[in-house]
Design a protein around this ligand. Structure first.
Ligand SMILES: C[S@@+](CC[C@H](N)C(=O)[O-])C[C@H]1O[C@@H](n2cnc3c(N)ncnc32)[C@H](O)[C@@H]1O
Length: 183
């Protein structure tokens, strides 16, 4: 039920004014990335969603920024509600999703989850970042099966980390990777 309420809140905010673009930041954690995106795209609405209220509560407040909406929701339900309502984001960020590295957890990775096909319908461009290249390679392969389009996993050079996990991995010297796909 809280997922439906979160979605309704998003629709209410989205209707309040004309935004140039709609940006979704899924699994946003503390929402540092949502704040940064909102600052970079100040004429767009940035929607950050995470299932953890405790993480969202750690979001640093943004003085004078009114184009960032943080919502507690499960991605799978929120994404399906977007699909059912015909909502299409211009950009969709999925930054450092939980890797679920054990083989038996493959179905918990987004490309192994039943909701995966919905991703190609709710955003024009989807951006994934991870410190685990295999996750992005698998996602890329699954995307190719879904859409017939294959993209390239790139190494990411980070000067100014977009999120707390990116900062943590970057500071520990791990290589970081990015995959940008479109439908
Ligand atoms: C590794 S953290 C990354 C957080 C943030 N994107 C970053 O880069 O700092 C993964 C986040 O995904 C959230 N998450 C995991 N599964 C989720 C789901 N099904 N729906 C919504 N959020 C989820 C967790 O609560 C957690 O905050």
């Amino acid at each position: 039920m809280h997922n439906l309420r979160a979605f309704e809140k998003f629709i209410e905010v989205e209707k309040r004014r004309e935004y140039k673009k709609l940006i979704l930041d899924s699994c946003c954690g503390t929402g540092h990335s949502s704040n940064k995106l909102a600052q970079s795209f100040d004429d767009s609405l940035v929607v950050g969603i995470d299932q953890s209220q405790a993480r969202l509560a750690k979001n640093p407040s943004l003085e004078g920024i009114d184009n960032r909406l943080l919502l507690r929701a499960n991605c799978e339900d929120f994404w399906r509600l977007c699909q059912l309502s015909g909502v299409r984001f211009d950009s969709h960020y999925i930054l450092y999703p939980n890797p679920w590295p054990k083989p038996e957890h493959l179905l918990r990775r987004w490309h192994g989850h039943p909701v995966f096909p919905v991703l190609s319908e709710i955003a024009s461009t989807t951006v994934l970042r991870s410190n685990w290249k295999l996750y992005l390679d698998e996602f890329n392969l699954a995307w190719q099966h879904l859409t017939g389009r294959k993209f390239k996993v790139e190494t990411l050079e980070v000067d100014d980390a977009i999120s707390l996990f990116e900062k943590k991995y970057n500071q520990s010297g791990q290589p970081l990777y990015q995959l940008v796909v479109s439908a």
